[in-house]
Design a protein around this ligand. Structure first.
Ligand code: GLN
Length: 237
């Protein structure tokens, strides 16, 4: 558990390469939900030319097109900071391209396997079709998050190894493989959900905060809960 007398350090990895569909909103909402509870935060933007700091609490990665995704993976592997932070127990929340590249391997735009950062026991490669549209999934009850919604747009498909657990079961959409969406392993969590995912699913944002600071005071339902319910109704109507 983090010492909350110092700021919760949120590290936004490679906004210049991995930030599609408003994924930066994940950093904004984590900061907001922490600060509403009196937890001080510090958000660090790490561009792909910068070293990745090793002492963050939550590392966030977003989605990206195929070529920026390859560049991001190469730079993260060469830098080594994200892997060291993860091995030291940091929380990582990665979306779509970010999810694929924190795994063991992922496919390039011609389906050749390329090495990932290797902090989540998953392997991805290109599927026959592109998965595009709204996605709804029920999160592993062990995580206490309930039903999540998002937007997906990816060609990749993902298979879990024995150390990773499925994040959720697909209700609508494709996710990893039509059945399972996302994966987690300790405090490393990956998902195909854009939206952005954390503003659309406040309980998922609070899961990450709980992992770092422990028990959280409840917040009164606000626009985030309304957005969650509105998107859920729209996706399932
Ligand atoms: N380029 C990856 C794919 O198509 C990830 C896309 C994304 O991040 N939205 O699978």
């Amino acid at each position: 558990m983090t010492d909350t007398s110092s700021a919760l350090r949120i590290v936004w990895i490679y906004p210049d390469l991995l930030s599609t569909y408003g994924d930066q909103g994940n950093a904004l909402i984590l900061k907001r939900r922490a600060e509403l509870r009196g937890i001080p935060t510090e958000v660090v933007h790490v561009h792909s030319s910068d070293p990745v700091p090793e002492h963050g609490d939550v590392y966030l990665l977003g989605g990206g097109e195929d070529r920026p995704q390859i560049l991001a993976a190469e730079r993260l592997r060469a830098d080594g900071g994200l892997a060291r932070a993860a091995h030291n127990g940091a929380c990582v929340f990665a979306v779509c391209a970010g999810y694929q590249i924190i795994g063991e391997s992922y496919g390039d735009d011609e389906s050749n396997p390329l090495p990932g950062v290797g902090i989540l026991d998953i392997r991805s490669n290109r599927g026959e079709t592109r998965a595009v549209g709204e996605i709804v999934a029920d999160v592993d009850p062990a995580l206490g998050v309930g039903r999540i919604t998002g937007f997906e747009n990816h060609r990749g498909r993902t298979v879990l190894g024995p150390s990773a657990r499925p994040l959720s079961t697909v209700v609508r959409g494709i996710g990893n493989d039509d059945r399972i969406e996302g994966a987690y392993q300790g405090q490393i969590l990956g998902t195909y959900l854009h939206g952005p995912a954390l503003p659309r699913n406040p309980e998922l944002a609070d899961l990450l905060l709980r992992w770092r600071v422990g028990q959280l005071s409840p917040l009164p339902p606000a626009w985030g809960e309304r957005l969650h319910d509105e998107r859920l109704a729209a996706a399932l109507h």
